[in-house]
Design a protein around this ligand. Sequence first.
Ligand code: ZN
Length: 225
Amino acid sequence: MKKLILPILIFVSVCGFAQTKYGLKATTFPEYKQTLTASPEKELVNLEQFIPGIVLDIRYATTNNFTGEKIYNLARAYSRKSVAESLKKAQAEFKKAGVGIKIFDAYRPYKATVKFYEVYHDTTYVASPYRGSRHNRGCAIDMTIVDLKTGKELQMPTEFDSFKKEAWPRTPVKDPVIKKNRDLIISVMERNGFKVNASEWWHFDFVGWKNYEVMDIDYEELETR
Ligand SMILES: [Zn+2]
C-alpha cells in the first residue's frame, strides 16, 4: 500500500487536482497559463512596471509584519490586469491631489494565507483558509498614500496591519488631518472600482473579485517561465 502513495501524489500534483489542506482548490501556474488565452484580463501584471511612479513597501518580504517572519522571497506587487487598470486610474486621480500610491501587499499566494491563519486564528483580520483571501485572487491591494514632493506617508488612523478598532474605516477620527487623509484614500479608491475593507482602512477589494479564482502561484514562477 505504501508503494502506491508516492505515484498517487505525483499524479495528483502533475494533474493539478490537488486540493489544499482546507479543501479549497487553488489554481496552479500551468492552469493559470491555460486560462490566459480565453481570459486575458486574468493576467497577473507587475504593478511597479504597469503603473510608473508607484512605490512598494512589501512588508511580507521583510520581518516587519505581524508574523515577525519573512513570508515572500521577492518584494513584488502583482494584480490581475483589470485590477491594475483601475489602480492606474486611481493613481492618476491621486496625482491631482499631490499624492501617490504606496503598496504594502497585492496578489498573495494561497500558501501565505494559510501561514497567516496558522499564526493568527482571528478571521476578523486574517482570511479563512477555507475560503481564501481576495489577495489570493489577485483582486486586493493593501496600500497607503504618500506626498509626491517628500515621499512621506500621509498620517492615517493606525499603522498598516494594526488589529486595533481605530483601523476600522467607520471609527470616528478626531484629528482633522487624519480624517481628511483617510477620506481621500477611501473616496478615490471607491470611485475607481474598489471597496474598502470593514476593519482595515488600508485594504481595498476590486469590486469584480468574484470572477477571479484563488491561486497558489509564487512570484518566482511568474518571472522565470
Ligand atoms: Zn489586505
